[in-house]
Design a protein around this ligand. Sequence first.
Ligand SMILES: [Mg+2]
Length: 243
Amino acid sequence: MRSNGFAAVSFDAGNTLLAADPAPPVLYARVLSRLGAEVTAEEVGPVFAEVWAEAQQDARDGLDRYQAAAGGERAWWAGFVREVLERLGHDASWQDALERLYAAFTRPELWRVFPEVEGVLDRLRRRGVRLAVISNWDTRLPGILDGLGLTAHFHTIAVSSLEGVEKPSAEIFHRVAARLDIEPGRILHVGDSPREDYEGARAAGLEAVLVDRPGLFESSPFRRVSNLTEIEAMIGGPQDTGP
Ligand SMILES: [Mg+2]
């Protein structure tokens, strides 16, 4: 019997369990083109990626970015949308764009669960592995997970905007470990962000694996998987008797 089994697995949400479909630049291009000048997803893509990447750097002391913003998460998204419009030089009213985009991304139907996810979650649960979500997301995530039928898989769901702290802060990982009643070292965290997920989890004493669906990190030192089915073989422990 192996003693190094993981008793729990925690998952990031965006680009780990689910992704927007259509992708954000496609939806932004559609909405903005309705509100003003025609713009393509190819034009929006690099601007969206740049503003999003900058927003990830803004987190202070592990405080959740949505809650920490003056005016709360709606104001955070207003700042984001205004910045995208400004860099695109687009003429749409930011208030109208914000309203339509916020509504669109709230709908569970916009989000697609990756095809292997439900099977993996089911099999892990049946092996007695406790499951959790640890996500830097605004307060809409629980409704989205509910709408997609995923909530019941998880023992606990930690959303940064509801916790007041975000990854990579150790605090959010430790809260989840406490709720699972499992030592951090016996939890495997799975996510697609090297900084927030992989490095954050390891610094908090969890084990980590990077979900690299597009194959961006092939030459990196990260322990990687290309989809979640590969997680099942990593769990180990006494319940690892195969299917
Ligand atoms: Mg993610």
